[in-house]
Design a protein around this ligand. Structure first.
Ligand code: IPD
Length: 298
């Protein structure tokens, strides 16, 4: 099977939306690498550690132009404050550089994340991704998916490879699981996250903090991490990666008791997701039982 197969099983044309997400993500990915200026014009957002470069804003403008030219009836919701209301019921949720700190330091783990969602991405629990792509320009890895169509990885670099299907990792006991996570930009939230990590690290194989939530989710989707969790993520960080994990056979939910949103996200192979949720809920001061936030099809 390839992502183009089964057009009759895709009555909403989600595969075409995924194609647009891929084209936009690759275009912006090449732009942020090729046009990177010496002076990145760094400023800060929510806290001094939450940085933004002029390339975030430029790449977001480029994404908005490309996407809304093709789909003028859709809405747009970007990390760098672009809000366009649409009339179609679909909104493009875009992170022009997910992993901005890595980009700033010249580390390779950053990506462009483009997803199209139903519902209102500003309301946790009231939106769901339908198609999306994550492009890591330094490696050429292009991850893409649409609801019901599987999860795929294509190489887009000096050449372009065929798509190959990706799957989450095989079941492992939590003690043998490699877990990804990330930290918020607020110091007090980070301290709380560190306290949870101190508990969790004793129960798992090891922890990774790679610096891009979108790529962390792609690592879960392709089985390079057994699971990933993080508090304080935004829709643009996770919209495309959420769909990739779900389409790769994994589970995605909010933190125990919450929908996917500011309180966080937990994603993993089914067993790892279940065990990680249980472990997080068991820590002193940890949250209560989970409420899953499944993908709704339009
Ligand atoms: C951040 C990255 C990071 C995660 C933060 C995100 P940004 O996105 O995904 O890994 O830990 O929560 O905000 O700011 O680089 O677009």
């Amino acid at each position: 099977m390839s992502p183009q197969d089964g057009a009759d099983r895709d009555p909403h044309g989600l595969a075409r939306l995924a194609e647009l997400a891929m084209a936009a993500a690759v275009d912006a990915g090449h732009f942020i690498v090729a046009q990177r200026p010496l002076d990145l014009g760094v400023s800060s957002k929510s806290t001094a550690t939450d940085v933004v470069t002029i390339m975030d804003a430029r790449a977001e403008s480029r994404l908005r132009e490309l996407i809304l030219q093709a789909r003028p009836q859709d809405g747009f919701f970007g990390e760098e404050d672009t809000r366009v209301a649409g009339t179609s019921g679909l909104t493009w949720v875009v992170d022009p550089i997910d992993g901005t700190v890595n980009y700033l330091y010249g580390l390779p783990n950053y990506a462009v994340s483009v997803a199209v969602v139903t519902g209102d991405p500003a309301q946790p629990g009231h939106w769901a991704p339908q198609a999306g792509a994550v492009y890591q320009p330094v490696t050429g890895d292009l991850f893409h998916a649409h609801a019901g169509g599987g999860a795929w990885l294509r190489y887009v670099g000096h050449s372009v490879s065929a798509d190959r299907a990706i799957r989450v990792a095989d079941p492992q006991p939590l003690a043998a699981c490699l877990i990804g996570t990330g930290f918020a930009y607020h110091a007090t939230t980070r301290q709380e996250q560190a306290r949870v990590l101190v508990e969790l690290i004793a129960s798992v194989r090891d922890i990774r903090r790679a610096g891009s939530a979108a790529l962390d989710l792609c690592m879960v989707a392709r089985g390079q991490l057994d699971a990933y969790y993080e508090r304080g993520v935004h829709p643009w960080d996770v919209a495309a990666g959420w769909l990739l994990v779900a389409e790769a056979g994994g589970l995605v939910s909010g933190m125990p008791g919450e929908p996917v949103g500011a309180e966080g996200i937990v994603a993993g192979s089914p067993g790892a997701h279940r065990d990680l949720i249980a472990a997080l809920a068991a820590f002193p001061g940890g949250p209560g039982p989970t409420r899953a936030a499944p993908i709704r099809h339009p």
